[in-house]
Design a protein around this ligand. Structure first.
Ligand code: DON
Length: 445
């Protein structure tokens, strides 16, 4: 059988192909020569599967799509506070090349507009780094996100530099406010090289997938940046990535995203996929016309909006039943899915309202695939309180989903493989600190 996803992508491309509105960017003369008919779309999953249709291996310059990644590098190299001291995180609601700074602090509003991006370029690498080495650091960092070595398109770089009057004006203004502390022209040259890095839609999808995969490149397995950095970058992408179209984007598409004037557009859906599209004709905001349409379609067809409410929390408690009778009876709370705060709250509430009369109580995690840290702490507190109320508590956890199941002060739990009668072989479990007891099945029924 052939996968349905490339067919879906090809169909989506077919639907937007006839839209020839917009124009390739021409304020960078070299970009105006792009073939406006080029069109491609790629999905890259967080486990490294890549699906694509159309022109997915055609190279074009990354332009502003470099901004979130270089912001990530600056946060990594300098730490949060020094970067936040120089660049804000507020949406500006203005065009990407607007010459403006926050009136009270003098900082650029955010790292997605040019003023902020020129500043974050200056913050990549350690303080005092030679500007040329800094560009190398940036290209290496972008390459790590893509999972392959990237290079600069010298023609586009020269072409942009010849017309970079506006970015130079921004940089001189930043120098005037001591946001930049070095030669503004040198910083703009470095930033322009950063924007001139060549990528394909496939590369961009993998870069987005690295963000979606908590900072680890799904193909190379390299941790490129830390999880807190990814969270910061995705937050800023979701509020500022589409400039003065950010509000429309947030409501209609709802995927943290970033566009570039060469026609690229990326979206990163945490825990799921990285998406990239490529089509050079731009709308008045500087975003790819067909790229925006494709993202709108992907989001609505596949429920990818990040504000879409997951069904999982409601379904955490699969059943609350009793196995066996008399003194052998076991009250079983059977859980399912991935458990976070809301799911754990449902279990806490069930334990309180049920007020089990049975001595034995089991939390059955057989159908659970993940318990996050807060849910783990809440479930273990339920175990502890049940113990203090005189219950004998079992955790049915054949796949060792619950890390370190130590309920703490006064709590006691026996970890078993299944609820039921007879002898059940204990599951293979490496001894874990605080795991008080291990056994086969909950005796009973
Ligand atoms: O600074 C510039 O104007 C370009 N190098 C990048 C602008 C860009 O990609 C805006 N995004 N849509």
């Amino acid at each position: 059988m052939q996968s349905v996803i490339p067919d879906y992508l090809a169909e989506a491309l077919g639907d937007v192909e006839s839209d020839t509105s917009g124009e390739p960017a021409d304020y960078i003369p070299e970009l105006a020569t792009a073939d406006p008919e080029l069109l491609g779309a790629v999905f890259a999953t967080v486990d490294g599967e890549v699906y694509g249709a159309g022109d997915i291996d055609t190279e074009f310059t990354i332009q502003s799509i470099s901004k979130p990644f270089v912001y990530a590098l600056a946060l990594t190299d300098r730490g949060f506070d020094p970067v936040l001291a120089k660049v804000g995180v507020e949406p500006s609601g203005e065009a990407f090349n607007r010459i403006s700074l926050e009136s009270d602090t003098g900082r650029p509003f955010n790292p997605m507009i040019n003023a902020g991006a020129i500043t974050t370029h200056s913050l990549a690498g350690p303080a005092g780094m030679d500007p040329q080495e800094r560009v190398e650091r940036v290209v290496r960092g972008l390459s790590a996100f893509a999972g392959r070595g990237l290079r600069v398109d010298e023609r586009v770089c020269v072409s942009e530099m010849e017309h970079a009057h506006r970015n130079l004006a921004i940089a001189y203004m930043l120098r005037g406010y001591d946001i930049l502390i070095e030669d503004p022209r040198v910083v703009v040259e470095g930033y322009t090289r950063q924007c001139s890095v060549l990528v394909t839609a496939r590369d961009l999808a993998m870069m987005a997938a690295t963000l979606a995969h908590r900072g680890v490149n799904p193909l190379s397995g390299e941790r490129v940046v830390s999880e807190p950095v990814v969270r910061q970058v995705l937050s800023v992408m979701s509020t500022c990535g589409m400039y003065d179209a950010a509000g429309d984007w947030a409501t209609q598409v709802g995927i943290p995203a970033k566009s570039g004037v060469a026609g690229g557009l990326i979206g990163a859906l945490p825990g799921q996929i990285g998406i990239a599209t490529f089509s050079p004709r731009l709308d008045p905001h500087g975003n790819s016309v067909r790229g925006v349409s494709l993202f709108e379609r992907f989001s609505s067809d596949m429920g990818l909006h990040v504000m879409e409410v997951p069904a999982a929390a409601r379904a955490t408690l699969r059943s609350n039943h009793v196995v066996g009778s008399g003194p052998d009876a076991v009250r079983v709370l059977q859980l399912q899915g991935g458990i976070g705060f809301a799911g754990a709250e449902r279990v806490v509430r069930e334990a309180v309202t049920t007020a089990p009369t049975e001595t034995r109580v089991a939390l059955d995690l057989t159908m659970v695939y993940v318990v996050d840290d807060v849910a783990r702490r809440m479930l273990l507190e339920v175990v502890r309180r049940l113990t203090l109320d005189g219950h004998q508590v079992y955790l049915v956890d054949p796949d060792a989903i619950m890390p370190d199941p130590d309920p703490g002060d006064g709590g006691r739990v026996t970890v078993v493989s299944e609820v039921g009668q007879g002898v059940v072989p204990p599951r293979e479990a490496a001894p874990r600190r605080g795991r008080p007891e291990e056994g086969g099945g909950v005796p009973g029924s």
